[in-house]
Write a protein that binds this ligand. Structure first.
Ligand SMILES: Cc1cc2nc3c(=O)[nH]c(=O)nc-3n(C[C@H](O)[C@H](O)[C@H](O)COP(=O)(O)OP(=O)(O)OC[C@H]3O[C@@H](n4cnc5c(N)ncnc54)[C@H](O)[C@@H]3O)c2cc1C
Length: 305
């Protein structure tokens, strides 16, 4: 079956030849031949079956949430992109006994909106979401967070759909969170996070405000008014990638419209007209120099597709 016909017949939203700069906070990226926006779990299952029907073998695809940690490098992205940007973003609080409470959120829910929801209800535990864009599904896949905490620490359960279209609930003991990554025991292929259960607690307005202040101050050190993908590199164990980049003399270096931020050297910003190749050039040069001068292998935190 033809993919486009399959999507049309199933009533699933898709767009052809979309410039991915529209979906990227760094405002640059190649053109996706096909971007698909499933809105709920049945649509994910349909998309998987439609994509696998094109050929005898699976044709492959990319998955994105909000795309805030993804560089769309290729000029022409030929594999279909499955986006969670329009996926279910329902949220509700499932009160437990005592001060404990669970926030249940659809994977398409933006992380800042969950923080807003919890502030309104005097729920503490997710103050470190402050200043982190993207969807909650993407945040869980990336184990997003700060020095103090990461989302993996407050996850109670997630619902996933595996590549074979089977849905399952995964509890804490089935998840292995590490630095900017989540592995699910027994799942080797791709999986789609569809719902997230956060174990948080009842707090007070003043405690929440005090906690948020810590992250607000930290974010003042980042170039948040400019277009970026957040931190480009992972911090090597015990070191700061930003400090290493500064020490090897790359702070402020530019290629085309892309510059290594003077404010925080682990950020590459688009000062206008940056091409994905300009960003890739800076990444490669930084990696080479860090290895040459310091013997450090910097690996990217961002996903490159
Ligand atoms: C200005 C700025 C500041 C940032 N600050 C921080 C910070 O302080 N801390 C931090 O950790 N990060 C930070 N980031 C990076 C980024 O915002 C986070 O990693 C965020 O959680 C990614 O979410 P996303 O939905 O945009 O993911 P995407 O970039 O869309 O995807 C990231 C990964 O998750 C996978 N994925 C996405 N959704 C799903 C899903 N539903 N199911 C399965 N897999 C999925 C994708 O395949 C990809 O591998 C920052 C980014 C920016 C632009």
């Amino acid at each position: 079956m033809n993919i486009l016909r399959g999507l049309k017949e199933s009533g699933i939203e898709f767009h052809e030849n979309k410039n991915m700069s529209e979906y990227s906070p760094i405002r640059t990226g190649g053109v996706a031949r096909l971007i698909i926006f499933p809105k709920n779990e049945p649509e994910i299952v349909s998309v998987l079956s439609i994509l696998n029907m094109r050929n005898a073998e699976s044709c492959g695809y990319y998955v994105i949430g909000g795309g805030t940690n993804t560089l769309f490098r290729d000029e022409k992205i030929s594999l279909p992109v499955i986006s969670f940007k329009k996926f279910n973003a329902d949220i509700f609080e499932n009160k437990q006994n005592g001060i404990e409470t669970i926030i249940e959120a659809g994977a398409g829910m933006p992380l800042p909106a969950i923080l807003g929801y919890s502030i309104k209800r005097n729920i503490g535990g997710c103050e470190f979401f402050y200043g982190i864009p993207g969807t909650v599904g993407g945040a869980v896949r990336m184990n997003a967070g700060s020095k103090e905490s990461a989302i993996g620490n407050i996850i109670e359960r997630i619902d996933i759909i595996k590549e074979d279209g089977v849905k399952s609930a995964v509890y804490r003991n089935g998840m292995e969170f590490s630095y900017r990554n989540l592995d699910i025991k027994g799942v080797s292929g791709n999986y789609f996070i569809t719902k997230v259960y956060l174990k948080v607690y009842k707090s007070t307005e003043s405690d929440i405000a005090e906690n948020i202040l810590i992250f607000k101050k930290r974010k003042l050190l980042q170039p948040l008014s400019e277009s970026s993908l957040g931190c480009i590199f992972k911090n090597p164990l015990g070191f700061s990638a930003g400090k290493i980049i500064e020490e090897i003399g790359f702070k402020g270096r530019s290629k085309g419209g892309a510059s290594v931020s003077e404010k925080h050297a682990n950020f590459i910003v688009n000062r206008g007209g940056a091409k994905p190749d300009d960003i890739m050039y800076l990444i490669k040069k930084i990696q080479e120099k860090a290895f040459l001068d310091k013997g450090v292998k910097l690996t990217t935190e961002i996903k490159i597709i």
